[in-house]
Design a protein around this ligand. Structure first.
Ligand SMILES: Cc1ncc(COP(=O)(O)O)c(C=O)c1O
Length: 331
């Protein structure tokens, strides 16, 4: 089936490669691959750029001059949005959730500064309260100065952003077809649901049910993400006039690897990050990909993944988030 995509501004270096993880395949007794979406770019690295291709096109169509988005202080999505704004000649305003009134600039936040973004910092309670209202006060402030803001909710995880991973799903299945792999289990980190829902949407639109898709959650809980993913799918059905049954697609999630909380590390996670670097020269971050990869390895070891079906870990980037947590490593 030919998919009718909304307008898109190409920014990602695609197709990204699918590489076999030879050592881990041998050790785990399963065909194990990584889809290297950490290689979509440098400044625009990771999964976020695929969503931004569609969201930035919408911002431009609507005549915006400032893109406003939000997230944790080390948000990859915020950094990627700031970089995309530079490329497209737009202003960027980031609303960042912080633990300290003026957070140090390191990792992604250093890059936010380099890309010339403006900031509003909020502590957790204020951030979540204002997020409910779509940060209308911040948008109003920009309008009052004559600006035209376009707001992207957290992670770009809305129906428009999810098209990025519909496209990625087509890319992945095309590559696996060419490799002679007839079915596979795709596994991804789930932090705000847009990547996972986009993949589910892609599978539904292409009817490639031989591909299983599982999200390993890195915050909140399974109930929250069932609701969040269902909402993105439902919005996509309504906004883009898609077959209504898509809203009821199965959403597979794995919990148990968040540790003490969102973005907080734990010893077994850091060991897995070291192990992936040592055995496969793959860099994972402690917030998203590290937790998802750790969860995946543990579940494979527990026998939860049938050995006859290859596993493809979708590496969604996040390397800049590793550096602010360097002191957690023990060498
Ligand atoms: C590196 C990285 N991987 C995975 C995710 C999760 O993707 P999503 O927010 O679409 O669930 C994010 C962002 O939340 C991310 O920055």
């Amino acid at each position: 089936m030919k998919i009718n995509y909304p307008e898109r501004i190409p920014m990602a270096n695609t197709p990204t490669p699918i590489q076999k993880l030879e050592t881990l395949s041998r050790e785990l007794g399963i065909e194990f691959y990584a889809k290297r979406d950490d290689m979509t770019g440098m400044e625009l690295s990771g999964n976020k750029v695929r969503k931004l291709e569609f969201l930035m096109a919408e911002a431009m169509q609507k005549g915006a001059d400032t893109v406003v988005t939000c997230g944790g202080v080390q948000s990859n999505h915020c950094r990627a949005t700031a970089a995309a704004c530079v490329k497209l000649g737009l202003k960027c305003h980031l609303i960042l959730r912080t633990r300290t009134p003026k957070p140090p600039y390191d990792g992604n936040h250093l890059l936010d500064y380099l890309f010339g973004a403006d900031f509003t910092y909020m502590d957790k309670p204020e951030y979540y309260e204002k997020e409910e209202g779509g940060f209308e006060e911040v948008l109003e402030g920009i309008r009052a100065k004559g600006g035209k803001p376009f707001y992207i909710p957290v992670g770009g995880s809305v129906a428009m952003g999810s098209w990025g991973y519909v496209k990625a799903f087509e890319e992945i299945t095309g590559q696996l077809d060419a490799m002679g792999i007839k079915k596979a289990h795709l596994v991804v980190s789930t932090g705000s649901g847009g990547t996972h829902s986009g993949l589910i949407l892609g599978r539904a639109l292409t009817k490639r049910t031989e591909f299983r898709i599982t999200g390993v959650i890195v915050c909140d809980d399974i109930e929250y993400f069932q609701g969040q993913n269902r909402k993105i799918l439902g919005d996509a059905v309504k906004l883009f006039n898609l077959p209504p049954e898509i809203e009821h697609e199965k959403i597979d999630l794995i919990d148990g690897y968040i540790g003490p909380g969102y973005a907080l590390p734990y010893p077994e996670l850091m060991e897995t990050i070291k192990m992936a670097a040592l055995k496969e020269a793959i860099i994972l971050d402690p917030v998203y990909t590290g937790k998802a990869f750790h969860g995946l390895i543990m579940e494979i070891r527990k026998g939860k993944f049938p050995k006859e079906s290859p596993v493809v870990f979708i590496h969604t980037g996040g390397a800049f988030g590793l550096f602010p947590q360097k002191d957690v490593f023990e060498f």
